[in-house]
Design a binder for this molecule. Structure first.
Ligand code: NAD
Length: 539
């Protein structure tokens, strides 16, 4: 663990936050790793993969790797457990989520250590995952019974046809999650799946599997039957498809490239899939924005979790009349951000999670600078803090031929663009195949919401970066265009894990000529009936 206390290496560079005094090795001892990895479906002789702790680059854990046969076994166990679980009343299933909520809040420090050890993010950013996961547990814990209850629907013939729409579990959900939000992106999709009566076979990213394994233990403590959540770990292009090819429904979060592959495999099997994919999200600062609030918001929007957040902002459009004032505020705040690798609150930003992420960030920035972009702040790796640290970076003068302009960087890098009219800003923000999240800053909320409605993204935050929409757990969240298919959160977030079933019972007379009616009389009677129903306003 790097422990550079008050030293501030390099003039004008981001200061370093004090260390925590605890090391990753002491916070995540090998005894804990051994206990957690027993939750992976893999044989005794399984191959193992070594994970590094991003803060230090030192070994963190060796994880047994599942084979395709292990995936098969995981599905068999999950299928068996699901039968009994589906028969448990929904209120009792949902009660597990509420107990999990309380346990999570109580034991948060354990998982904050794990998340930081596996991802290298700052503790406050790891806490975002506690917030989002607890909200999902509360929402579906309280709301599942309402979302899933039987609903009376208008029958074919009023009074004579009694119709009820019911919701049945899909069966076994294949849940594939990335490394950037390891608690939230495994658990908060699993929770509504369980509440709806499903089992889950989850393939977390190997880098962050310990966090998912910890969450599984906690959910079992909260009352979830152990066999209901199976965790397999292994090479994405091998184990991922093995999950997709056996699942009754797929919930995937990851890159757009992998998402397309998942979609094709699911489509070939005629099973549904929700895909939460990448983004190149835009923030618009309108001329009447509160510039201090907007600058603070931009720091959260661009540098939370070191920009490794699907809904973080990588394109920032500022009205020309306020651009210099806004940039002075934003740049000063970004420069003052303290980087740190401590297992305690205090750092404003942590590390990138892997060498691969660092390489993408370096490539995007170097390429842009070579082609004429200006670095307003940042633009440097900080290996003296940890091997994958990179400064919060603001680029100006970015042009369309640079990768950073249109490709997702997934790092702490934002490009600034100026606009003269609202139309121009909206058009520029929408000029991307992605459509995940956006952010609009203005003192006029009505204007903000009008602009928001014209942005092609699944969520829009007015006077906030991303958390207002993401945290509105009762409302759907997801992407348009290349950012995905389907939604998490709200009604869609749980109903996707169910099959709709309509049960209609017919009384008194059949829907056919009967009681001596000729076919002509039957047709005439129903013709009059249809006209009457329309006149009466029946839907
Ligand atoms: P990735 O697509 O490489 O991997 C995601 C998961 O899929 C991992 O578990 C991986 O092992 C697995 N995988 C790899 N190949 C597979 C295959 N052929 N079939 C099935 N599964 C396979 O993505 P990543 O780099 O780990 O994650 C970062 C990406 O995720 C970014 O693009 C980010 O924007 C996106 N993301 C989106 C959301 C959202 O809610 N929209 C949230 C977080 C991250």
């Amino acid at each position: 663990m790097t422990d550079i206390t008050a030293e501030n290496r390099g003039v004008g560079r981001n200061p370093v936050a004090p260390g925590a005094g605890r090391t990753v090795a002491s916070a995540v001892p090998q005894s804990l790793v051994a206990r957690l990895t027993r939750g992976i479906v893999a044989g005794e002789e399984a191959e193992r993969q070594e994970n590094l702790a991003p803060f230090t680059g030192e070994p963190l854990a060796e994880l047994p790797q599942s084979t395709v046969a292990d995936v098969e076994a995981a599905f068999a166990r999950a299928r068996q457990a699901q039968q009994a679980w589906a028969a448990v009343p929904v209120q009792r299933r949902a009660a597990v989520l509420l107990r999990f909520h309380d346990l999570l809040l109580k034991r948060q420090d354990e998982v904050l250590d794990l998340i930081q050890a596996e991802t290298g993010k700052a503790r406050l950013h790891a806490f975002d995952e506690i917030l989002a996961t607890a909200m999902a547990a509360r929402h579906y814990g309280r709301g599942a019974a309402g979302y899933l209850r039987d609903r009376r629907r208008g029958g074919a013939v009023p009074v004579l046809t009694h119709t009820v729409e019911g919701r049945r579990p899909k069966g076994v959900v294949g849940l594939i999650s990335p490394w950037n939000f390891p608690l939230e992106l495994s658990v908060s999709d699993a929770l509504p799946a369980f509440a709806a009566g499903n089992a889950v076979v989850n393939k977390p990213d190997t880098q962050t599997a310990l966090t998912a394994l910890w969450a599984r233990e906690l959910l079992i403590e909260a009352g979830l039957p152990a066999e209901l959540w199976q965790i397999v770990v292994g090479d994405g292009p091998v184990i991922g498809p093995a999950v997709v090819e056996r699942a009754d429904y797929v919930s995937f979060t990851g890159s757009t490239r992998t998402g397309r592959d998942v979609a094709q495999r699911a489509a070939a099997r005629l099973v549904g899939a929700s895909l939460e994919l990448g983004g190149k999200n835009a923030m618009l600062v309108l001329p009447d924005a509160d510039l201090d609030r907007a600058a603070e918001g931009a720091v959260r929007a661009c540098f939370r979790s070191a920009g490794q957040l699907c809904i973080s902002i990588e394109r920032l459009y500022v009205h020309r009349s306020v651009a210099e004032q806004f940039l002075a505020r934003f740049t000063a705040r970004a420069k003052a951000m303290r980087l740190g690798s401590g297992l305690a609150y205090g750092a404003d930003m942590g590390s990138l999670t892997s060498r691969r992420q660092l390489e993408t960030v370096v490539r995007h920035v170097e390429e842009a600078v070579k082609a004429g972009a200006t670095v307003l702040t940042g633009g440097q790796a900080r290996p003296e803090i940890g091997p994958f640290f990179y400064e919060p970076t603001i680029l100006d003068g970015v042009t369309p031929e640079m990768s950073v302009c249109a490709d997702e960087t997934f790092g702490p890098v934002v490009s600034i663009y100026r606009f003269d009219t609202e139309e121009e800003a909206i058009e520029a923000a929408n000029a991307t195949p992605y459509g995940l999240n956006s952010s609009v800053w203005t003192r006029d909320l009505r204007r903000g919401r009008a602009v928001a409605a014209r942005l092609h993204t699944g969520t829009v935050n007015v006077n906030e970066a991303y958390a207002a929409a993401y945290g509105s757990i009762a409302a759907p969240m997801g992407g348009m265009g290349d950012s995905g298919l389907g939604r998490r959160h709200g009604a869609e977030g749980i109903l996707r894990f169910t099959e709709a079933q309509s049960i209609a019972s017919q009384r008194v007379m059949p829907l056919a000529p009967a009681f001596g009616l000729t076919e002509e009389r039957f047709a005439a009677m129903f013709t009059s009936g249809l006209k009457l129903l329309k006149a009466m306003g029946v839907k």
